[in-house]
Write a protein that binds this ligand. Structure first.
Ligand code: ADP
Ligand code: MG
Length: 597
């Protein structure tokens, strides 16, 4: 016998709908904070008890709700933010679906107290399990307080999925962090169970960044602000050396709304690809704005996803901007913050920084004026240990007014591994192999750009023994390898003869170079993949061309390396994203020796 169809009661219908927006206390906080922001609040206070499971409250000083509208505010599909379907094309507010409060009212005890600008007295409404229990005058300054108690008291199936108080509180924290990064002009407070909470005053950008991400991020990030057509991307990107193992400090806003978008994530990952150690995650806070009709936010009830009308253009713009900014990062009068940065990236997960953020900002210059801090680029240094490639633009090395170039002048070599130099600020310590590797890599890459790498003929061709597979590979890849500067032919079942090498690597160990390149090719498959893996291949080659540790360098050679670093893209980190140099300022040293105390 077939079961007959019946319409659902409105409470059940709302409880089902609630499942989409009200998953846990944090999702309520998100909806309520968005309502406060939509109401023009300047200050928002979030309070939780038991991680929001028992009770949570959001207080704002926004426009408030007219008393006649209070019952409507908690009714499903009632909103003051849009009127027609056409309005959906250009949503300018965070909310618009008109279902958050109704959903909350269906699964918890809800009390709203509000006073609007145009009414003298405040009113309160209470709803529990969808039933309105009171509408009465109340005391409240202009603005709105929404209190939610006993979440899921009438939907046990949902309650089962809630985690511990700690976990729920962490999720609430995260929601407040995101909201606070979205609106520096609004003050936020987060209090738990009457304990002293987090207070984020309006307007103090660096302090807020320091507390939400880390002081390290403030010191080791680059500000950017770029526009293309009607799109604008601004914010801060962490230097590649400030990487994390998790994606937990990545904030991307589209028209003021936090999103987790695959397209955007891909563009950012690509931009960092070449400068970050494999498996590490960048840190960033970025804001993309574009006309509201070019992006659809009505993809999912939680509004975490968006759909771009011109996805390709957005991807290219984000990638292009970040790529340029990251490539422009090179040493320019660095300070001790770089030293602090040699340690793992700070910002304990889940914790709020202690703020205020340090006053000093690492003065990273950026090429082509792509945002960032100031750089005094006065004159180019002529000396270079390796001739710059023809056709590649060699950026100008910076020299400060007092005559010290950013990385200073070499004093000595330490155990054949580090170069010690002095600059205006103090002591500079350079990992000479890592630095040279980066420089060689960038040069090779510039040379490779579209054409073949310049080669140098070996006076005596060198026979190198390799595996049979590798020898075969060398035979099939002859032309491709030549484009990378390696001219080889097979001279036996398990041997090849190397006749020419990249000019930049003329002094490299030929056998090691050829073997590693072939091993790389073998791992990445046939010739078609070679072009795709170009960067890996060049990095392998660069590694061989770089000064080995324990090679003695003269002072002149060391100075030449320092100048090369100053004019090379990405010179702040080696190809693996590790720092290539650190600075210990005079102040740092004075502190160590307790001078002047
Ligand atoms: P939406 O935000 O999608 O419109 P909600 O259910 O979240 O739907 O809220 C319903 C309506 O209640 C809103 O359109 C707004 O008019 C009003 N409202 C909710 N919260 C506030 C607040 N904090 N201040 C002023 N008005 C509010
Ligand atoms: Mg809303």
């Amino acid at each position: 016998m077939s079961r007959r169809i019946q319409p659902l009661g409105s409470l059940v219908a709302n409880q089902i709908a609630a499942g989409e927006v009200v998953e846990r206390p944090a999702s309520l906080v998100k909806e309520l904070v968005e309502n406060s922001l939509d109401a023009g609040a300047r200050r928002i206070v979030v309070t939780t008890e038991l991680g929001g499971l028992k009770r949570l409250r959001v207080v704002d000083d926004g426009d408030g709700i007219h008393p006649d509208d209070l019952p409507l505010a908690v009714a499903p599909h009632a909103t003051s933010k849009i009127r027609t379907a056409d309005d959906l094309l250009g949503v300018g507010t965070l909310g618009f679906r008109g279902e958050a409060l109704a959903s909350i009212a269906a699964v918890a005890r809800l009390r709203i107290t509000s006073r609007s600008a145009e009414t003298g007295t405040a009113h309160a409404i209470e709803v529990a399990g969808g039933e309105q229990t009171a509408l009465e005058p109340a005391a409240h300054p202009r603005g709105t307080t929404v209190e939610v108690a006993d979440l899921f008291f009438n939907t046990p199936a949902r309650r089962k999925f809630l985690k511990t108080e700690r976990t729920e509180q962490n999720h609430v924290d995260l929601v407040v962090r995101r909201a606070a990064l979205g609106r520096f002009d609004v003050a936020f407070e987060l209090a738990q169970d009457g304990r002293d909470g987090v207070v984020l005053p309006a307007g103090r950008v660096e302090e807020r960044l320091g507390r939400i991400l880390s002081a390290d991020f403030v010191a080791r990030s680059v500000a950017l602000d770029e526009s293309r057509g009607d799109m604008r991307l601004h914010g801060w990107v962490g230097l590649p050396t400030l990487s994390r193992s998790q994606t937990d400090q990545q904030y991307f806003f589209v028209n003021g709304r936090v999103v987790r978008d695959k397209l955007v994530a891909h563009a950012v990952r690509q931009a960092y690809h070449d400068v970050m150690f494999h498996g590490r995650q960048p840190v960033f806070v970025l804001y993309l704005s574009l006309p509201p009709d070019r992006v659809d936010v009505n993809v999912h009830p939680t509004k975490h996803e968006v759909r771009f009308r011109d996805a390709r253009a957005v991807h290219d713009f984000v990638f292009g901007t970040l790529n340029r900014v990251l490539r422009g990062v090179r040493p320019a009068s660095p300070s001790a913050d770089a030293l602090a940065g040699a340690a793992a990236a700070g910002g304990a997960a889940g914790g709020w920084g202690v703020g205020p953020a340090p006053q000093r900002r690492l003065d990273w210059g950026t090429a082509a004026g792509a945002g960032g801090s100031s750089v005094t680029a006065l004159l180019a240094e002529a000396s270079a240990s390796i001739p710059a490639p023809a056709g590649a633009s060699a950026p100008t090395a910076a020299v400060a007014e007092d005559g010290f170039p950013p990385l200073g002048y070499a004093l000595a070599q330490l155990h054949g591994v580090y170069i010690l130099a002095q600059n205006r600020d103090g002591l500079v310590v350079v990992d000479m192999h890592a630095a040279h590797e980066r420089i060689t890599y960038e040069r090779l890459k510039a040379q490779r750009g579209g054409q073949s790498v310049p080669r140098q003929r070996l006076l005596v061709p060198q026979v190198v023994s390799v595996s049979e597979t590798e020898a075969e590979l060398a035979e099939t890849l002859t032309d491709e390898l030549a484009e990378f500067g390696l001219v080889v032919d097979r001279s036996g079942p398990g041997s090849i003869t190397v006749r020419e090498v990249p000019a930049l690597l003329a002094n490299a160990d030929v056998g090691g170079l050829a073997r590693d390149v072939l091993a790389d090719c073998a791992e990445h498959g046939g010739s078609r993949r070679l072009a795709e893996r170009q960067e890996t291949l060049l990095a392998t080659m660069a590694c061989h061309g770089s000064v080995r540790a324990h090679r003695a360098l003269s002072i002149a050679e060391m100075n030449a390396l320092l100048r090369d670093m100053e004019r090379t893209d990405n010179a702040g980190q080696c190809n693996h994203g590790r720092p290539t140099f650190v600075v210990q300022t005079m102040a740092d040293l004075d502190a160590v020796f307790l001078r002047g105390q």
